[in-house]
Design a binder for this molecule. Structure first.
Ligand code: BGC
Length: 498
């Protein structure tokens, strides 16, 4: 009998779920396992596939910067660089009650935001879970659901008592719709394409603001859709509201994207709109689409190609598919499946649970990387509890190292995107703050440090001038501030046509 040590304990996952772990550690077990040497050899192979050298990063930044310029020059480019009609920064003195509706990737959120001036606010909110069916069903039904939730929220929170709506009062609403929409004006947005696995029918190519207004009419609510915004634009404005050094906002969550403030004179494609060239306007980059279809610039492995080919949108969101939380777990799972097929891993064990696409959550990568135990008890827990698979220490160390490679690549690519905006805008010398949000940024251990390290690899020491920080709630507070800014702008009669 090989030596074996047993123990039990429990861990709590990010989801709040607690799992019991029974450990047994031994080097040679009854099951045929890969040797330490085999795992080390494989790791070297993956290291070379997933590692980005500083030189390669600089090449990506150069191509990225050109792509950003192209999107500002001409309409309908792959990275669309969408003018948002959010003019300049908030003053911090925006005041009043605003509703915000946030349709992101996982939940639907309704918020009542009271802006109090001096950068202060209060927020009341409710979250509603979206089902997979709702994401794929008819688009109008999805907006009906949004309107219904809004109605429930208003009835619950503003029907009576202190927050009761006054007769004749009409609440401005900021709708955060975090998918690429080309906008002709701030309360309009034609959905270019669904991302993040959404696929609701009869929506692409249509004005989602008009669709939502139609749903809203059914409830006769005293609400006016004032602004349709992207989560990155909301994050940019909300972060600047509390930290005026913020010049760029990024989201690294289920999807990924960035927004920043641009000079109107540098957006040639909107020359015809009669906007003062000296004005400033936020641009929603939709950078997740960088390198889509042509796949010329990004280092894609065969696992990335499989993720892409088997997605509901092959060819699209090429940058996002290497970075965002929706895909990282799947990339790791595909590597494991390859090693299973090659007879390296889990010989003699039933691997059917691991063979299901998207079953390996990106949260598992976070958990594996943050496992503090020598034995890697968390990794044991994940594999036994979720996949009924036994692992040796050498295998677990390999899984953790693999998670690190995939997570690090995502962070370094993210740094390339940030660096492209920094270069384009000339922010390197003076430095700037980058408001960042999303599950990957907030929960993946070391993600921010790796982004900062990446920026230094690209720019040298000056890369330290660019600092990311956890952003203010863009989809709620940001959306409300933008609704307030828009209302103020329109009340002042400025650019009423957009
Ligand atoms: C969407 C963007 C969004 C990002 C982060 C991407 O998939 O295209 O509009 O900002 O996800 O939520």
């Amino acid at each position: 009998m090989p030596a074996s040590r047993r123990g039990s304990g429990s861990v709590t996952l990010l989801t709040g779920q607690t799992i019991a772990i029974h450990t047994r550690t031994q080097d040679e077990e009854d099951l045929p396992h890969a040797t330490k040497k085999t795992m080390a050899d494989h790791l070297r192979k993956y290291e070379s596939l997933f590692t980005l050298t500083p030189q390669r990063m600089r090449m990506i930044v150069e191509a990225f910067t050109e792509t950003l310029e192209l999107g500002l020059n001409k309409p309908n480019q792959i990275v669309p660089m969408i003018p948002t009609f959010v003019f300049g920064w908030p003053t911090g003195e925006e005041k009043g009650d605003f509703l915000a509706l946030d349709l992101g990737g996982t939940n639907l959120r309704v918020c009542l935001v009271t802006l109090q001036g001096e950068g202060k606010f209060e927020i009341t909110q409710t979250k509603y879970r979206l089902t997979e069916d709702q994401k794929q069903d008819d688009g109008q039904k999805l907006f009906d659901f949004c309107a219904e939730c809004l109605n429930t929220f208003v009835e619950t929170n503003m029907g009576e008592g202190e927050g009761q709506l006054k007769p004749g009062q009409c609440l401005p609403l900021g709708f955060t719709f975090s998918y690429p929409c080309s906008q002709e004006r701030i309360d309009h947005g034609e959905l270019i394409r669904w991302t993040k696995g959404f696929g609701a029918g009869n929506t692409e190519g249509r004005d989602v603001a008009a669709m939502f207004k139609k749903s809203l009419e059914k409830f006769q609510l005293p609400i006016q859709l004032t602004a349709l915004i992207n989560d990155t634009t909301g994050t940019l404005i909300a972060s600047h509201y509390v930290n005026p050094r913020t010049k760029i906002a990024v989201i690294f969550g289920t999807g990924c994207n960035a927004a920043y403030m641009e000079h109107v004179k540098d957006v040639p494609k909107i020359e015809n709109l009669g906007i003062d060239p000296a004005a400033e306007m936020a641009i929603n980059c939709e950078w997740g689409a960088f390198d889509s279809f042509e796949h010329e610039h990004l280092p894609r492995t065969k696992y990335d190609t499989i993720v892409d080919d088997t997605s509901n949108k092959p060819g699209e969101q090429a940058f996002e598919k290497l970075i965002s939380g929706r895909y990282l777990g799947e990339i790791l799972r595909l590597v494991l499946c390859e090693l299973i097929d090659e007879g390296v891993l889990f010989l003699g064990q039933n691997t059917y649970k691991l063979e299901r696409p998207y079953i390996f959550d990106t949260a598992f990568l976070s958990l594996m990387e943050s496992d503090p135990t020598d034995e890697l008890l968390m990794v044991i827990g994940i594999f036994t509890h979720f996949f009924a698979l036994e692992t040796t220490l050498a295998e677990r160390q390999f899984f953790r190292a693999l998670a690190k490679l995939i997570g690090r690549r995502a962070a370094r690519l993210s740094a390339c995107g940030i660096a492209a905006i920094v270069s384009k805008m000339g922010y390197l010398e003076e430095g700037c703050s980058v408001g960042a949000d999303g599950s990957l940024y907030n929960k993946y251990p070391g993600f921010a440090d790796r982004v900062h390290e990446g920026l230094q690899d690209i720019f040298g020491d000056k890369g330290r001038n660019i600092i990311t920080h956890h952003a203010e709630d863009g989809s709620g507070v940001g959306s409300a501030i933008i609704a307030a800014m828009t209302k103020n702008r329109k009340d002042a009669g400025l650019y009423l046509h957009v």
